[in-house]
Structures are given as structure tokens and as C-alpha cells.
Design a protein around this ligand. Structure first.
Ligand code: PLP
Length: 428
């Protein structure tokens, strides 16, 4: 007789089709979560080093209580007056430089990207979008159009132009001026759009460049890029769906690595700790065009329950000092990973910031040759040893370490111990 596990696999394939993907050669059936731990159906626990959505920890009681209490009282769309959306908008906008003074809410990061692009287009009159060359910004049609993962660069529509991800490990520019040099490629992208008769609307960038290989923007990259696109009449969109809400440790938002203010910021994933809330924060005057053309309505975005969840997330970040925790435990992890690099030749680079780290595995340190198969084997082996991670990067040879923000030093040490065993065990 088929086991429950096999039944789930068969039902899933039958009901959801083949477009849905599963992690790991031996998929996990998770039934419960608490803090940084996930539990499978047999009661086995796994350290969650992968999920950034349960930002303040899986099933944090303060967030769960806030959701339940509001759900018991009222949940409606946003066409009635309600305190929650305003209280949350006030707190959220307060986390940004003064120029970014207006918030709009939706349910997913894709919707936020889509909305940001619409705002940019109505505000500038342009349609062109510049994007880094291995970026993901969502699953809607407008987002899919700008999805620049390498294998489909040739298939991008005419209104999309790519620039190289500022990769200071393997890329063309690695010196002190790498930021400015990489930003200069935006001029080529603007020229390309111009040669196609397309006016630019925006440059959009994930400020930790997660898909591009966990690249903290090099000094002056973002500010130089913003100056160049603005000179051309376009806007700068900072995609904070991955790095936002204190994960970077040193700052609350990824864009704050540089001295400048984006025109539009998109938010999502960690915002509701798993409850679907996302949004855009923007300079008010940029909304005039959208307000005139169609206005904005979103049935679920910014409803009282979502805003209660998102507000509770901010409470926990502040009350439990999670940004500081990301800074300290993140640095502890980085130090531990570099220590492992003394022992394991396959560690080529450790990068990222706070609790958003990438461990690049290589087969030749000198040449920086991506160890693609080894990375997949390590991630599967870690899963078998009870630590959940994932892969990312242009070559898919980074182990992505992006745990809930409540990861402790002890948890980090536990993970480093298991990784040490795994790297010692897995060979091609
Ligand atoms: N932007 C970035 C940088 C992302 O990584 C993602 C999702 O992975 C999105 C936007 C889209 O978010 P969602 O999956 O909530 O639609």
C-alpha cells in the first residue's frame, strides 16, 4: 500500500500539474512551525535556514493573536474607513526617508512590482524598463516580461533592457570603483531602448540581488544608477520584497546601503510573516497619473486583518530587537562560514549582510569555477541532516542562508556544525 507521503506526491502531481515545483530530491512534508524550527509529519524537526517570509519566526504568537483578534471582529475591503490601514501606513512610512510619504497596499510582491511599474509609466509617460540581468520581480505578465534570468535573455520584449548584475566576485569589475562602473551600463541600456524608439519609465532592482547571487550593491552603485535614470526622465524602483524589514542588519531597507532616496519602493514577503500583504511606498506626486487614469482598488490588499498582522510584525521586530539580532548573528555566521572555508576548499565566497547570506561553492578557487552539482548535493544532504536551505545565483551554485530573524547564536553554531559535517561528507 502506498504511504501517506507517496499519496501526497501522487495527489499533488495529479491535482496541481507539473508547473508546481518541490524542493529537495526527497521532499519534506512540513506540518508545524515554531520560531526557526519546522516539523514534519513524523515529528522530525528541521532548522529553517531558508525562509524569510516567517520573518519574526514561524507562527509567532503575537502575530497569530493579532490576526485572530481582528478576524473575529471584522475583515472587509478598503472602501470603508478603518484605523488599521492608517495606523499601519503611518508606522510604515515613518521607516522611510521623508520624501517617500505615501503607502499603497496589495497582497503579493508581484502585485507590488506590477503597481510600481504602472506608477512609473503613468508618471513618466515612458514604457521602457531596465533590469539587472538575473532578476526576478514576480509572476504577473508585466513581471514575467522583465524576468531576466539568463536562459531567457534573448526572449525579452523590446521594452526591456538588461544591465549586468554588479558581481564583485566573478564579474568584470571588482575594484573600489565597481559600483560606478556597473551603474554606467545603464547608459547602454538607455541607448538600446532609445534605438528602439522606447522612452524609459524605470530601472528596477532587488537591493540584495537575491536571484543574481546575493550581491550587496557595491558602494555608489544605487546612487549612481538613480542619477543616470533620473537624468533620462525615468524613475528608480527599489525592490525590497526580499531584503526589507531589518534583515540587512545594518539598515532597515536594502537601499540604505547607499546615500540616496529611491522614487518607488516595493514590499512583500516578510511584511505579514506569512499573511499575504505587500505594498508600495512612493512619493505622493508620482501617483497623480494613476489616480487620474484608473485610481486604485484592491479587494484584499490592506484589509483590517492584513494590517493587524503587518503591524504586529513591526511590534515584534522592535520589541525583540530583531534588526540588531540579524546584524550580530549574521556576522557570527559569516565568521563561522569563513572559518569553514579554511577547511573546505569548495567554499569560494561568503557574501551578503545580516541574515541574508550566500555561500558560493566552487570546484576551483583560483578560477572561481561554479560547483553546480556539488551545491545541489550539499543542499540535499543538509536537508537529510535536518537543516533546510536552498540554492540561488546565476549558476545556482550558492547555498542561500536566509532564516527567520529570530535565529540565535546557538542555532547558527548548530547549523555551522551540520554544514561542516555535510561538506566533509559530500563529494562528487
Ligand atoms: N520581488 C522579488 C525580489 C522576489 O524575490 C519576489 C518573489 O520571490 C517577488 C518580487 C514576487 O513576490 P511574490 O512571490 O510575493 O509575488
Amino acid at each position: 500500500m502506498a504511504s501517506d507521503f507517496e499519496n501526497l506526491l501522487t495527489r499533488r502531481q495529479k491535482l496541481l500539474g507539473t508547473t508546481y515545483q518541490l524542493f529537495y530530491d526527497d521532499p519534506v512534508h512540513i506540518v508545524r512551525g515554531e520560531g526557526v524550527w519546522l516539523y514534519d509529519a513524523s515529528g522530525r524537526k528541521y532548522l529553517d535556514m531558508y525562509n524569510n517570509v516567517p520573518h519574526v519566526g514561524h507562527c509567532h504568537p503575537h502575530v497569530v493573536d493579532a490576526i485572530c483578534e481582528q478576524a473575529r471582529t471584522l475583515n472587509t475591503h478598503t472602501r470603508y474607513l478603518h484605523e488599521n490601514i492608517l495606523d499601519y501606513a503611518e508606522r510604515l512610512v515613518d521607516k522611510f526617508p521623508a520624501a517617500l510619504d505615501t503607502a499603497i497596499f496589495c497582497c503579493t510582491g508581484s502585485e507590488a512590482s506590477e503597481l510600481a511599474l504602472r506608477i512609473a509609466r503613468t508618471a513618466t509617460g515612458g514604457t521602457g524598463v531596465i533590469v539587472t540581468d538575473f532578476a526576478y520581480h514576480g509572476n504577473s505578465q508585466a513581471c514575467d516580461d522583465i524576468d531576466s534570468e539568463e536562459n531567457r535573455l534573448d526572449a525579452l520584449p523590446d521594452h526591456v533592457a538588461t544591465v549586468p548584475t554588479p558581481d564583485c566576485y566573478r564579474g568584470e569589475h571588482r575594484g573600489e570603483d565597481a559600483g560606478e562602473r556597473y551603474a554606467e551600463y545603464i547608459r547602454d541600456a538607455l541607448e538600446l531602448l532609445d534605438s528602439r524608439g522606447i522612452k524609459p519609465a524605470a530601472f528596477i532592482v532587488d537591493t540584495i540581488m537575491s536571484s543574481g547571487g546575493v550581491m550587496v550593491p557595491p558602494p555608489a552603485y544605487l546612487s549612481t544608477a538613480a542619477a543616470i535614470v533620473r537624468e533620462a526622465g525615468a524613475l528608480f524602483i527599489a525592490d525590497e520584497v526580499q531584503p526589507g524589514f531589518g534583515r540587512m542588519g545594518k539598515h532597515f531597507w536594502g537601499f540604505e546601503v547607499d546615500e540616496f532616496v529611491p522614487d518607488i519602493v516595493t514590499l512583500g514577503k516578510p511584511m505579514g510573516n506569512g499573511h499575504p500583504i505587500a505594498g508600495v511606498v512612493v512619493r505622493r506626486e508620482l501617483l497623480a497619473g494613476l489616480a487620474k487614469s484608473s485610481g486604485y482598488f484592491n479587494t484584499f490588499g490592506g484589509n483590517p486583518v492584513s494590517c493587524a498582522a503587518a503591524s504586529a510584525v513591526l511590534d515584534v521586530i522592535e520589541d525583540e530587537g530583531l534588526q540588531q539580532n540579524a546584524l550580530e548573528v549574521g556576522q557570527h555566521l559569516v565568521d563561522g562560514l569563513w572559518k569553514l572555508a579554511e577547511k573546505h576548499e569548495c567554499i569560494g565566497d561568503v557574501r551578503g549582510t545580516g541574515l541574508f547570506l550566500g555561500l558560493e561553492l566552487v570546484s576551483d578557487r583560483e578560477r572561481r569555477t561554479p560547483a553546480i552539482e556539488l551545491t545541489s548535493m550539499v543542499v540535499n544532504d543538509l536537508r537529510n541532516r535536518g537543516v533546510l536551505t536552498g540554492t540561488t545565483g546565476t549558476h545556482d551554485n550558492l547555498v542561500k542562508l536566509r532564516s527567520p530573524m529570530v535565529l540565535s547564536r546557538d542555532d547558527a553554531d548548530y547549523m555551522l556544525g551540520i554544514l561542516d559535517e555535510s561538506l566533509g561528507h559530500v563529494t562528487l
